[in-house]
Design a protein around this ligand. Structure first.
Ligand SMILES: C[S@@+](CC[C@H](N)C(=O)[O-])C[C@H]1O[C@@H](n2cnc3c(N)ncnc32)[C@H](O)[C@@H]1O
Length: 250
């Protein structure tokens, strides 16, 4: 999603439960692998939070946490603010409409930096590099990133992603990119196929319900193509979580 998109597209996405592939059980599973590294009252940021599926899952799992949720979409931010108020946790969730490439967050303040399905917008390595100074000395970064999972890639899948996201890397390449900007990757976890269905199914239900009728048909055609590519992918790509910590100073 780019800043130049038709505002109607953001309205369309804001009505959906999530804006990218993911699922609370997977978020919590990854969180459980690093939870013992967090202080009792963790200070967290969720970069590219969308309407906050992840923000709210983290807030529920870590009831003593405070979370700064950042997204450049006004409508997504508003929706998350409203939902946090409805849940009675607005005092713990600060929603800021801002560019995650220049987030208004103090250096060395974050115990946990989370970002699902969003870092690609500014580049995975660039995001890790820009966000590293925000981490507290024992802070952890967890990013999910669309990743090549196998060398057996159908030709139409390669053609699609070469145009859509030429920088998409393999797990090994992404671990190297993280190392290049000063991190040790502690763990990786691949999102199961069902978490992609959680993203696509509500989109196409909304299209069927006529909720995209006012949008440029090219928008829904592109989404349909993206889903067709996913279905034809034969496991060649997927979203991978990378949990990383800044390398110890040598
Ligand atoms: C694919 S969505 C993922 C949203 C959410 N993390 C989720 O998993 O449902 C990517 C999000 O990143 C946001 N985004 C993209 N570029 C951004 C930027 N430079 N600064 C802030 N937010 C950005 C978009 O508005 C969108 O909400």
């Amino acid at each position: 999603m780019s800043e130049t998109l038709d505002p109607g597209i953001f309205e369309f996405y804001a009505a959906l439960p999530q804006q990218g592939p993911g699922r609370d059980s997977e978020t919590l599973r990854v969180l459980s692998t690093i939870a013992d590294r967090l202080p009792p009252r963790p200070v967290i940021a969720d970069m590219g939070c969308g309407t906050g599926r992840t923000t709210l899952a983290l807030a529920a799992a870590l009831p003593a946490s405070t979370i700064t949720a950042i997204d450049f979409s006004e409508v997504f931010c508003r929706r998350l603010r409203d939902e946090a108020a409805r849940l009675g946790i607005a005092d713990r969730i600060r929603v800021i409409q801002a560019d995650m490439a220049a987030p208004p967050i103090a250096p060395r303040s974050l115990d946990l930096l989370w970002s699902e399905g969003a870092a690609y917008n500014i580049g995975f390595e660039n995001a890790l590099s820009l966000w590293r100074p925000l981490l507290a000395p024992n802070g952890i970064a967890v990013l999910s990133e669309c990743t090549w999972l196998s060398d057996e890639r159908p030709a139409d899948v390669v053609a699609f992603w070469t145009a859509a996201y030429p920088a998409m890397g393999t797990i090994t390449e992404n671990i190297e990119r993280a190392a290049h900007v000063g991190y040790d990757v502690l763990d990786t976890h691949t999102l199961p196929a069902e978490a992609w269905d959680d993203y696509y199914a509500p989109i196409f239900q909304a299209v069927e319900d006529g909720n995209a009728a006012h949008l440029d048909p090219a928008f829904t055609a592109e989404l349909a193509q993206e889903r067709a590519i996913w279905r034809a992918s034969r496991g060649s790509y997927g979203y991978v979580f990378y949990s990383a910590k800044p390398k110890a100073a040598s």
